[in-house]
Design a protein around this ligand. Structure first.
Ligand code: G
Ligand code: G
Ligand code: MN
Length: 711
């Protein structure tokens, strides 16, 4: 709240007209013609606002900034000058970098009304609904904070965070609120600063954190009862704001650890949001506290990134896990290309450091469209919800997920993959996964209103499962992979008929598979009939399988040829092989590629029509598929050439080649001259010797083949 204004200007006419204007608006005014008595003036007058002329006799205005910040850190500043705009802007930035709150700049000559506008636009002043009371009482004093905590006038609001691609709710941010009995709503910007200035920030933080955690624990308990099988809130996170001042408190990490123990909340469920301040660059204690918090498992977020002190270097130096892109950029993506550039580079930077990006102030579809194009991870803003009282969070969440699920079911019912028969291309992936993970059961399932259907499965007889019994329904509601080491020891599943009876499931690892528009299409999982440790399914391999399935769901063109659907088209074949190589070769999984040439193609196809030629390809493909496993792929490369791709072969390529040759050579093909035997020759290559590019494998196989036919 501004009541006392110090004007420093060597132009007497200006300072006097300022004085009379400001006094007529009930401000107390003191004027100085130079900086000589600046010290004393700060001391005796205690201004809330300094109106400073940049060009003064003897010393320029910039030189007093350090003094101002030191002696009156909360005094706001308006800069005035006859110098050009750029100089004025640079001076204002310098002041901001010192931590001084700059309300604005004015270029001389200016109208008095402009000055008043700046003063009235002061965010601290603006946020207060000023009741008609004694003007000296318009903002609460620091001591009132203590009462506010005792009387529970101080509360908090919650604002949800939304996962960008799946639209699942990932958590809530806790925002402190103060409803003063006389003054009404007090802005957190004001009372947080008040608490920081008067040494109450520790108490305030403790108060808010404890209230919020108590709510969080209750909330998670209640919500599981309200939305069974639709939302799993065990991954829900709570974001809490932490004043950088508390980073000076070496005991803070222990306090946080104890707090979590007391409420039985895992530190990994908590995100601490810290607004960058100049303090953090200078103090080594801050760095230590931050590092220890991270070691204990807390997630750390840089709040309001892009404003104030943000320095790229710090990001690398400090163990933050998340960046919150300031709402000033997000809210202006529609009309400022600068904001778009800033956001784009923040996201790139964050991702290169493996940090999560959260956009604040997401108010409309324009913002979402832009943010999703640049792969921002999460959204927070009025578009989804304004901050709400804790009691409203549960009903809000229930409504959100009910709408979410009906939209999902709508998308799912439009998807051709949901309605169509089993498809070879999905079988191949699921078969491969079962082999790679060494699991007896692997399933790609789709979940509708009340039933789990199977798109592809290995090792499971059941045709469909009721949603309430389905393991995968739990994954559909979770934000991460779900692993159950032993279903008999997990209260969610111990009574499940699939666990207590046939097929006696024990181990489970499942993950959501997203449809083309980012909705949750279904789930991919593996089961075992014996318990296993969580890491028995490598998380990144699991990711790879899910990515293969998701790529398959995006395919909108014909990918298989032949009646039997054993053979991929050339394009489909090449794309799939490269995906398999990209996702699995980095884990040391080797593959082989066999190029097959029909050596007597011309004889076999003399005078035959296109249909007959394709029929020949179909018959050879079918013969090959009977010789191979379902996890292998067969592709048509053109005219007389086909290919076979085998991931992680259990025998060497030459043996497989030999087997293929023997089998195909048995094939009798009807021609104009009567039935003739089909003859093929093969050439194989392996990732062990040629690496993980499909092109390289193809070339190596071709060389082998032509060397062999020459001999
Ligand atoms: O709604 P919004 O006006 O709530 O919040 C304003 C600012 O106050 C935000 O930038 C936020 O970081 C800060 N803030 C809100 N609650 C807390 C809190 O509990 N502790 C701290 N340190 N800052 C908070
Ligand atoms: O901690 P922090 O500065 O990040 O707090 C977030 C602030 O942003 C809160 O004051 C909250 O009320 C505000 N906020 C959240 N979403 C939106 C939004 O979509 N638009 C605007 N204008 N403010 C928002
Ligand atoms: Mn915040």
């Amino acid at each position: 709240m501004i009541t006392r204004i110090l004007v420093v200007d060597d132009d007497k006419a200006i300072s006097e007209s300022l004085r009379s204007l400001l006094e007529s608006h009930d401000y107390q005014v003191m004027t100085l013609a130079s900086t000589v008595d600046f010290d004393d003036a700060l001391e005796s007058f205690q201004p809330d606002l300094l109106v400073l002329d940049l060009i003064l006799p003897g010393a320029d205005g910039v030189t007093v900034l350090a003094q101002l910040h030191e002696q009156a850190p909360h005094c706001r500043l308006i800069m005035v000058s006859g110098a050009n705009d750029r100089v004025l802007a640079a001076a204002a930035t310098a002041a901001q970098e010192r931590g001084i709150q700059v309300l604005g700049t004015l270029t001389k000559p200016f109208r008095m009304a402009q000055l008043l506008e700046l003063i009235h636009a002061d965010p601290l002043r603006n946020r207060i609904e000023t009741p008609a009371i004694d003007s000296s009482m318009r903002l609460p004093e620091s001591a009132e904070l203590l009462r506010a905590m005792q009387e529970h006038e101080l509360t908090f609001a919650l604002q949800p965070r939304v996962h960008a691609s799946s639209k699942v709710i990932t958590g809530f941010e806790v925002l402190a609120r103060w409803e003063h009995p006389v003054l009404g709503k007090i802005s957190p910007d004001y009372f947080i600063q008040l608490a920081e200035e008067h040494g109450y920030i520790g108490q305030l933080t403790q108060y808010i954190f404890e209230e919020a955690l108590a709510w969080f624990v209750d909330f998670r308990k209640e919500s599981t009862q309200l939305i069974p099988g639709l939302v799993d809130l065990s991954d829900l996170q709570l974001s809490m704001n932490l004043s950088a001042l508390l980073l000076d408190d070496a005991e803070f990490p222990e306090y946080m650890q104890n707090l979590c123990e007391r409420f039985a909340v895992k530190p990994t469920s908590i995100i601490l949001e810290i607004t960058e301040t100049s303090a953090m660059t200078e103090r080594s204690v801050g760095l230590e506290v931050i590092t220890r918090l991270r070691l204990y498992g807390f997630h750390l977020s840089i709040d309001d990134f892009g404003t104030g002190y943000s320095s790229m270097l710090q990001l690398v130096r400090l163990p933050f896990t998340e960046i919150k892109i300031d709402k000033s950029f997000v809210m202006s993506v529609g009309d400022m290309s600068e904001s778009r550039e800033v956001i784009r580079s923040i996201i790139d930077l964050a991702h290169s450091l493996e940090m999560v990006t959260v956009a604040e102030g997401v108010e409309d579809e324009t913002a979402i469209e832009f943010l999703s194009r640049y792969h921002c991870d999460e959204y927070q803003g009025y578009h989804f919800s304004r901050p709400m009282p804790p009691a409203e969070a549960l009903p809000w969440l229930r409504d959100y997920y009910q709408k979410y699920e009906s939209e999902r079911l709508e998308l799912v019912s439009q998807s051709s993959a949901y309605s169509s028969a089993p498809e070879r291309r999905f079988d191949q992936i699921v078969q491969l996964a079962a082999r790679l993970f060494g699991m007896p059961i692997a399933v790609f399932s789709m979940i509708d209103n009340d039933t789990q259907h199977f798109k592809a499965k290995v090792g499971l007889q059941t045709k469909r499962v009721e949603r309430s019994m389905s393991f995968c329904a739990h994954v559909m509601a979770a934000t991460t992979r779900l692993v159950v080491e032993d279903a008999r020891l997990d209260e969610r599943f111990s009574d499940n008929p699939l666990v207590t009876g046939e097929p006696f499931l024990r181990f489970y690892a499942g993950q959501v598979v997203h449809g083309p528009s980012g909705h949750r299409f279904g789930a991919f999982c593996v089961f075992d009939r014996k318990p296993r440790p969580a890491n028995s399914v490598n998380e990144r391999l699991h990711d790879g399988v899910v990515k293969l399935l998701e790529a398959e769901l995006r395919v909108d063109h014909e990918t298989m040829i032949g009646k039997q659907q054993d053979i991929f088209t050339a394009r489909g074949f090449e794309e799939r092989i490269q995906r398999h190589l990209d996702y699995f070769h980095p884990f040391g999984i080797q593959s082989c590629f066999i190029l097959i040439k029909i050596s007597n193609y011309d004889e076999l196809t003399r005078d035959s029509s296109i249909t007959e030629r394709m029929d020949l390809v179909g018959r050879i493909g079918h013969k090959l598929s009977q010789t191979l496993r379902k996890s292998d792929m067969i592709g048509y490369l053109g005219l007389d050439e086909m290919g076979v791709f085998i991931m992680s072969p259990e025998e060497n390529c030459e043996l497989v080649e030999h087997r293929l040759q023997t089998e195909v050579n048995k094939l009798m093909v009807p021609t104009a001259d009567g039935d003739q035997r089909c003859r093929i020759s093969c050439g194989a290559s392996c990732t062990k010797s040629v690496g993980s590019s499909y092109k390289d494998m193809l070339i190596a196989s071709e060389r082998k083949l032509s060397r062999r036919t020459r001999n």
